[in-house]
Design a protein around this ligand. Structure first.
Ligand code: ADP
Ligand code: MG
Length: 255
């Protein structure tokens, strides 16, 4: 299997006027193409820092990050899509104009990409709302719009930083099921950061458990669910509880 991204013994420290915050300590793992990996860890442990290193926004203090065998650089980081917790849709642009923003910036607007944009809007049930403003959409619809905007750039690797945490519980279940299925069907490689264990287990082929700050790797748990189950259906299996409890214990060793 081809390796998508590899983190080689990465360390990272924030240096500020107030002092130094070691954020990552000896992070070492790889993600293969087509794999969906979840990363969980306590709040403030260094999860967002790790994603920023994976996509080249930050540079490791020591260690290396390689994307398809090459160091992450200006050239290859275009193949990495980053979807944040907040959807960053602009209210002064229609939904359609919002999802075209990335293409516009990369000067990739063409008949072909416009057609694809409309195709995805239809596929994900947003076409009726293409001329609406973001505030007219539900939380789940906004998240889908943000995903379409990212997918239109055809990233080979998708990094998702707590993309569902602004949603209420019901919506969150539905949207994570939805978006997890979309990513699987499009056979993308994805890394999802979350502090929600159920979300991590229901979506991930593997779950990487981080320690409190500075983040190190506490454990890596592989999940094995029947292929045909959706993320939501995985939650109703017996093995789901086993994985959940195993990861819970890794995160809460004193209980
Ligand atoms: P998480 O995403 O797991 O909540 P972060 O990666 O955002 O954690 O942050 C990890 C630690 O690094 C936190 O203690 C945070 O205060 C610190 N940190 C994050 N960003 C900066 C920054 N730009 N400058 C200094 N410290 C930072
Ligand atoms: Mg974060």
């Amino acid at each position: 299997m081809e390796v998508s991204i590899r983190c080689n013994h990465v360390h990272y420290t924030y240096h500020t006027l107030q002092g130094e915050t070691p954020a990552l300590c000896d992070i070492h793992f790889q993600v293969n193409e087509g794999e969906f990996v979840s990363i969980v860890g306590p709040s403030g442990c260094g999860k967002s820092t790790l994603l920023s290193l994976l996509c080249g926004l930050l540079t490791p203090e020591s260690g290396t990050v390689e994307f398809k065998g090459e160091p992450v650089c200006e050239k290859n980081r275009r193949q990495i899509g980053y979807m944040l917790q907040h959807d960053h849709l602009f209210e002064w642009r229609s939904v359609r104009k919002n999802i075209l923003l990335g293409l516009e910036i990369q000067k990739k607007i063409s008949d072909e990409t416009l057609q694809e944009a409309d195709h995805l809007l239809k596929l994900y049930g947003l076409y009726r709302f293409k001329d609406a403003r973001p505030s007219q959409l539900s939380g789940g619809m906004r998240q889908r719009a943000a995903l379409i905007r990212t997918l239109l750039l055809h990233p080979d690797l998708l990094l998702l930083d707590e993309p569902f945490s602004a949603l209420d519980y019901q919506t969150r279940l539905k949207v994570s099921d939805d978006i997890g299925s979309i990513i699987r069907k499009s056979k993308k490689t994805a890394i999802l950061v979350t502090h929600d264990l159920s979300e991590a287990v229901s979506l991930g082929d593997r779950v990487i458990v981080l320690t409190p700050l500075p983040a190190g790797i506490k454990a890596i748990v592989s999940t094995d669910f029947p292929k045909e189950l959706s993320p939501f259906e995985r939650r109703n299996t017996d093995v789901f509880k086993t994985y959940f409890n195993q990861i819970w214990k890794e995160l809460n060793p004193d209980e």
